[in-house]
Each structure stands twice: as C-alpha cells, then as structure tokens.
Design a binder for this molecule. Sequence first.
Ligand SMILES: [Cu+2]
Length: 355
Amino acid sequence: MTAVLIIIVLLLVAIAIWQMTKIFELSQFNADDSQIATDKDNKVNGYLMFAFLVFIYLLTIFCFWEWGGVLLGIPASEHGEDIDNLMFISMVLIFTVQIITQALLHYFAFKYRGVQGRKALFYADNDRLEFIWTIIPVITLAGLILYGLFTWTSVMNVDEEEGDPIIIELYAQQFNWKARYAGNDNVLGSANVRLIDIDKNNMLGIDESDPYAEDDIVSQTEIHLPVGRKVIFKMRSQDVLHSAYMPHFRAQMNVVPGMITQFAFTPTVTTEEMRLNPDMVEKVQHINQLRADRKANGETDNIDPWEFDYVVLCNKICGSSHYNMQMKIIVETQEEFDAWIKEQQTFKQQMAAAQ
Ligand SMILES: [Cu+2]
C-alpha cells in the first residue's frame, strides 16, 4: 500500500514539474522556439558521442580493475582448462570487435553530424561490401560454434567403462544436497521417491530389496573425492528443477525431477593444494577482511574466519532458501578418501540400526 502511495506521489510531482516547465516556456516571449537543430547543437551532440565512447571504455577498464579479483582462478578439474580456453578466446574476440566497432560507430556519428547545407549521399547498395560484412561473421561464428561443440563433446564423457570412474548420486531437494556412493560394487541400488521413509532416515527412497543398494553409502553433509580419479555424478531431484553447479571444477548440470542427468569430471587439485594457491590465499584474506570490518562496525558479532572449500551450489532459483542450497566438497588423496569411506555406514547397516 505504501509503495502504491509513493508511486502516485512521484507521478503527481512529475506531472507538476512538466506543467511548470510548460508555463516557463510560454513566458519566454523572445526565446528562439525553433525545433530545428543548429550547427552548434549538432556539434555539441557530436562531441557528446565521443564523451560517451570514453565513458564506456573507462567503465570497462574500471570493472576489470575493481572486480577482476572475483573471477574463479585456476580450474580444479581436467576438462576445466578446455572450458577456460573456450571462454578466453570468445571473450578476446568479443572485446576486440566491440572496441573497434564502438570507436567507428561514435566517430562516424561525429564526422557525419548535421551541417547546414550538407546533403546526404544517396547510395543504394554495394554487393561486395555486403558480402564482406556477412561472410566474416559467418566464418568467425561457425568457427566458434564448432570449437564449442568439440569442447562440449569431449567434456561430456560420462562413459562408465572408461577410466575406472567412481559413481556418486547427487540428490537434490528443497533446499539441500545429499550424496550417495555406489559402494564396493560401484553400482547404485535402485531408488524411488515413493520409498522415502523418514522414520528409518531413508531420505533418498533407496530400495531395501535391491541387493545393489546394500553397500551404498549416503553422505548428508559433504562429498569426498579422491584426486585424479574420474567421478560420474548421477543426479536426481525430489521436487523441482535444481542445477548442480561446481564452479571450481567448471561443472554444471540441471537436476530434473523424473529423470537422471549426468556429469563427469576428474578433480586435479586437492582442497589443501587449492588453499595454498596464491590467488586463493589473497581471496580468502580479502573476504576475511570484509568480515572483520563488519564485525568491527557492529553489523554482526557471529563471524568466524572463512576457510576455502569446494562447493556444489544450486544454480536454479528453486525456492525461498535457494541461495543457501550448498554442500561442501573435499578433494583429497586416495588414502585419505579410503580412510573416510571406511568410517561411513552402508545403507544395509543404516537400515539394520533403524529397526
Ligand atoms: Cu535448488
């Protein structure tokens, strides 16, 4: 209601200002009321074009300077390098073309500004020119698209027979993630949303009668991954559309109710190694500084120093707590991973304990 009243008041103020300027204009008897632009008007607008050009260039430089540090840093997966190269080449191309074309656009707007007595040249068409400015974008775009397609096909290698992958189910629900390891047999037992049993803490609806499910291991808080081993994520959603986004691994896949989607990658940098990466050290320091400042300003008193961890985030706006739908990922050595998985309860043990 307040918002509506504010809008009405603003509208009335705008109308009042408009009416007052009209009265002011009418009272100026001797002023030149011609609607035709003079040479001076055109010149001012021509120079304003240059000013705007300088403004957008400076804004671009400022943005890179100010926020360049929030870019992701080195990729932590094997295919991450390919994605970054594709991104880098596309960006270099886009920026080069935009810098040249914007300069030309604004320069010509100034050069051919209105001048009293100057007439525009009538120039119907030029086949050669049109051919050139059509064929160059066609070749460039076709090249980029083909390069992108080849990169995507090589990234989307979810072949279970290749490279001894570890199979993990990623289960999404409003608003958290759960992970299920396929166990010793590396085969996930079947599951169905109708089999969810809150009393037994069977939150993923795993089928108790399926022998493949017996050795499955459910992790509700974090995902552990051994470094250098391919992992295939098989994703299910319990409710709405989610998207598993693992930015440091350059991985993202929609999680769709009623079907299983997949994404595979090989982590190459352990959590410990990433924490020592100079870019990451700087980023962590910066964030902790911001937190300390907030604490000093009395904005909050509950801020612990932040330590870097990989995460899987949700990248589809899936509801009110979407912003906080995340789970920690820990990349570690094979020995550390083996030690962790040994400590976990299998699905069979979990069900026996719930009896
Ligand atoms: Cu979500």
